[in-house]
Design a protein around this ligand. Structure first.
Ligand code: FAD
Length: 359
C-alpha cells in the first residue's frame, strides 16, 4: 500500500512516523476490552477523502479520535480534486462551491477572506452565439482560487490520509484493502464514496446495502479546452442539449476553460472513447461560441457518478450493531454543501455517543 501525507494538512513529519506504526492490521489489535476502557482513544476508519469524508475525519480527529482515511486516488478531493498542468492547475470536477445556509455559508465567507475562494459576480453569460447572449446571475456561488483539493485537505486536520489505498470490502469494525490487507478493531467504519461504488463494498452488510438500492447517479463528461475569442465572460451557461457550462480557469492561462457536458451527452457517450467524446464536444462548442477556428482539448474526464438523483435524504445512515455508517452526497443530497454537512453531522453524532462506543 502506498501512503502519503499532505503537506500543511494533517501531521508534521514526526507524527507521520507514528502514523505508519499505529495502524492495526488483522491480529494486531489494541488488546482487551478492559485495556480499552482505561485508555479510551476511539478509532475510526473512513473510506474516501472527498469533502464529506475529509470533513468528518477532521472533526473526529479534533475531538481526540484516532482517524485513518483511505482513498484510492493519489490525493484528497474526490469530485473537488485538482488537475495539475505544466503551468498551474485546473479543475475538471465541481467548478463552484455554494452555500444555501449556515454553517457552510459562514465557512465559505471565511475561506473567501483567507483568499481561497472568490465570489462569482458578473461576467456570467447565458445562451448561444447563434441566438443571443444574456447576462445571468449566480447567487452565493464561489470559485476556488487555490487548488480545490487543498480546500479538502485542510479539512482533514490531524486525521491520517492513506492514498492509493483502494478499499475492497467493509466489514463490521474493519476494512479490507484491494491488496488483501485487513485493518480492524475500529470503533466505527465510515464509508463516504458515491453509493454505486459503496454497494459492492457492503456485501457483508445487507441491511445498509438495501437502503442504497434506489439512489441513482447521473454522469458528466468534463473537458479542459483552450480557445481564443468568444464572448467576454468567466462563466458561460449554454442553452444546449450537449454542453451545459464553460468556466474560465483561474490558473493555467486566461484562455483555459473547463467545459462540462449535459447529463444527456454523458449518457449518450458513456461507453465512447475519450477521443470520440472530445471530438463531439469540441464541435458542439465551436457552434455554440460561433468560433471559426478549432479549439484545443487538453484533457477529458468522464464522471460516471457526478450528481445523485433521489438520494437517501438523511445526513447519514448507520448500522449500530456493525458500527458502520454512510455519508456523502448520495445519502445527504446533491452538491458540496450537503456532502460537507453530512460529514459534520455524523461526526457530531459520534462524538456525542463516545461513551457508548467506548464501553
Ligand atoms: C463535473 C461536476 C460538476 C459539479 N458541479 C457542482 C456544483 O456546481 N455545485 C455543487 O455543489 N456540487 C457540484 N458537483 C457535485 C460535488 O462535487 C459533489 O456533490 C461533492 O464533491 C461530493 O463529495 P463526496 O465527499 O460526497 O464524494 P467524492 O468527492 O466523490 O469523494 C469520494 C472519494 O471516495 C474515493 N473512493 C471511491 N471508491 C473508493 C474505494 N473503493 N476505496 C477508497 N476510496 C474510494 C474517491 O477517490 C473520492 O476521493 C459537481 C460534480 C461534478 C463531477
Amino acid at each position: 500500500m502506498t501512503k502519503s501525507y499532505p503537506q500543511g494538512a494533517g501531521r508534521g513529519s514526526k507524527a507521520d512516523k507514528s502514523a505508519t506504526t499505529s495502524l492495526h492490521p488483522q491480529g494486531a489489535g489494541r488488546g482487551s476490552k478492559a485495556d480499552k476502557s482505561a485508555t479510551t482513544t476511539l478509532r475510526a476508519a473512513i473510506v474516501g477523502a472527498g469533502i464529506a469524508g475529509a470533513h468528518c475525519a477532521g472533526q473526529l480527529a479534533a475531538a481526540g479520535w484516532e482517524v485513518d482515511v483511505f482513498d484510492k486516488a493519489r490525493g484528497a478531493g474526490g469530485r473537488l480534486s485538482t488537475r495539475r498542468l505544466g503551468q498551474g492547475w485546473a479543475t475538471l470536477g465541481s467548478p463552484f462551491i455554494s452555500a444555501q445556509r449556515d454553517p457552510f455559508r459562514s465557512v465559505l465567507r471565511d475561506w473567501a477572506r483567507k483568499g481561497w475562494l472568490e465570489p462569482v459576480r458578473g461576467d456570467v453569460l447565458q445562451g448561444r452565439a447563434t441566438v443571443s447572449w444574456a447576462q445571468a446571475q449566480m447567487q452565493n456561488h464561489y470559485r476556488p482560487t487555490i487548488e480545490p483539493s487543498q480546500l479538502v485537505r485542510q479539512l482533514l486536520g490531524d486525521a491520517r490520509l492513506h492514498t492509493g489505498a483502494r478499499v475492497a470490502a467493509i466489514q463490521p469494525r474493519a476494512i479490507v484493502l484491494e491488496d488483501g490487507h485487513v485493518f480492524n478493531d475500529f470503533d466505527c467504519v465510515i464509508c463516504s464514496v458515491p453509493t454505486p461504488q459503496a454497494i459492492p463494498l457492503l456485501a457483508e452488510l445487507p441491511r445498509l446495502r438495501e437502503r442504497l438500492s434506489d439512489v441513482r447517479y447521473r454522469p458528466i463528461w468534463s473537458f479542459l479546452m483552450r480557445w481564443e475569442g468568444g464572448p467576454a465572460a468567466n462563466v458561460i451557461k449554454f442553452d444546449d442539449e450537449l454542453l451545459n457550462l464553460a468556466v474560465r480557469q483561474t490558473s493555467g492561462g486566461s484562455d483555459l476553460w473547463a467545459v462540462h457536458s449535459t447529463h444527456e451527452f454523458a449518457e449518450a457517450y458513456l461507453e465512447a472513447s475519450t477521443e470520440e467524446a472530445c471530438t463531439r464536444a469540441a464541435s458542439a462548442l465551436l457552434g455554440l461560441l460561433g468560433l471559426p477556428w478549432p479549439v484545443d482539448v487538453e484533457a477529458a474526464h468522464l464522471w460516471r457518478y457526478a450528481l445523485p438523483e433521489n438520494p437517501v435524504g438523511s445526513f447519514w445512515l448507520s448500522d449500530r450493531e456493525s458500527r458502520v455508517a454512510l455519508i456523502g452526497d448520495g445519502i445527504a443530497g446533491a452538491g458540496v454543501e450537503r456532502a460537507w454537512e453530512s460529514g459534520l453531522r455524523l461526526a457530531q453524532a459520534l462524538v456525542q455517543s463516545s461513551e457508548e462506543l467506548a464501553a
